[in-house]
Write a protein that binds this ligand. Structure first.
Ligand SMILES: [Mn+2]
Length: 328
């Protein structure tokens, strides 16, 4: 067995009580990685999952929300802490400090390392299309039973982080994992149905605003800004806007796209996508965030959404200019 897998296996087997964490504003890959790990290892020990927010209605169709705890975490009551899909302390939100100070921690992630490192042991594979694939590898190495339920959960993270196997991060291992999970009884039809065919009305409402409002800058940059008022008008939340940067990047001629969603306190959540041959992780990093080559994000503090937009466009232009210079 791979040395790293063995180390992780020994740590997990040696612990009696384990707490699991994922990143703030979790996506399906983050939650699914945590849930699959939970089901895989809980057998003879106390395992508790923590998150910064409750599950939404869509997530509840695939994951049991009664198993997750929001807040109220005491690091001393656990022998081992494990983070999934999370590159740094900041992305752990309210759990960051406790995690950092704990003496026994593992990090399992597929993001480019950025910010303040976490984990005494790190299993990082930036070439993996989802964190769920890494958790799957660990569970296999530990000879944990992969039930159809766990296979379905792992498949959900893989399916969503590859955007239904269409993102640029999709690779032979993604399909191999999908094949294996399907063999282990993952309910592929159910996952497709929940992820792609059950758009809530709130998402439809805010998508209408998206199509009315999006714009192109310098022909090749796609931008959408969504204010708190627009979210309210559409009875929508940030999560309903999750596909916007991808929608922009799928438009002919757009090489870099960005959705800017207003949050509280002059903070703006910014999600970026790029076309093949272009990268957004450097742009996100320059703005204090991070991510993958073709999909990245950051949070910008600005006086207004217009100012946030200017900041992002400036950074995107800087990147496009440097890219041009490299070509010359
Ligand atoms: Mn992920």
């Amino acid at each position: 067995m791979n040395k790293l897998y063995k180390k992780i296996k020994d740590k997990i087997n040696g612990a009696k009580s384990i707490a699991l964490f994922c990143h703030i504003r979790p996506d399906f890959d983050a939650l699914s990685s945590m849930y699959a790990l939970y089901y895989g290892i809980k057998k003879d020990k106390k395992v508790q999952m923590y998150s910064n927010r409750k599950l939404n209605n869509k997530e509840k169709l695939l994951l049991d929300d009664s198993l997750i705890q929001i807040g109220g975490f005491n690091p001393e009551t656990y022998d081992l802490l494990i983070s999934v899909d999370t590159p740094n302390v900041e992305r752990l939100g309210i759990y960051g400090e406790g995690f950092k100070q704990h003496k026994n921690t593992i990090k399992i992630d597929h993001h480019q390392p950025s910010g303040e490192e976490i984990g005494d042991i790190s299993y990082i594979d930036v070439n993996s299309s989802s964190c769920c694939e890494l958790v799957f590898n660990i569970l296999k190495a530990m000879k944990c039973k992969i039930t159809p339920q766990v296979a379905t959960i792992l498949y959900t993270g893989l399916f969503t982080d590859t955007n239904s196997f269409t993102n640029l991060n999709t690779n032979p291992n993604s399909f191999h994992a999908a094949y294996e999970l399907s063999q282990k009884g993952a309910d592929i039809a159910k996952v497709s149905d929940i992820i792609n065919r059950q758009k809530p009305q709130s998402e439809v409402n805010i998508t209408k605003i998206f199509y009315e409002k999006y714009k192109r800058v310098d022909k090749e940059i796609g931008i959408i800004t969504i204010t708190i008022n627009e979210l309210k008008k559409a009875k929508a939340e940030k999560i309903d806007c999750d596909g916007f940067s991808m929608k922009l990047a799928s438009m002919n001629g757009i090489n870099i796209s960005c959705s800017i969603i207003e949050m509280e306190d002059n903070k703006f959540y910014c999600s970026m996508r790029s076309r093949l041959g272009y990268a957004v992780n450097g742009i996100a990093k320059a703005l204090g965030g991070g991510g993958h080559l073709g999909a990245a994000g950051c949070v910008i503090t600005a006086k207004s959404i217009t100012e946030a937009e200017k900041i992002v466009i400036k950074e995107i232009r800087k990147y496009l200019k440097s890219r041009q210079d490299d070509e010359e």
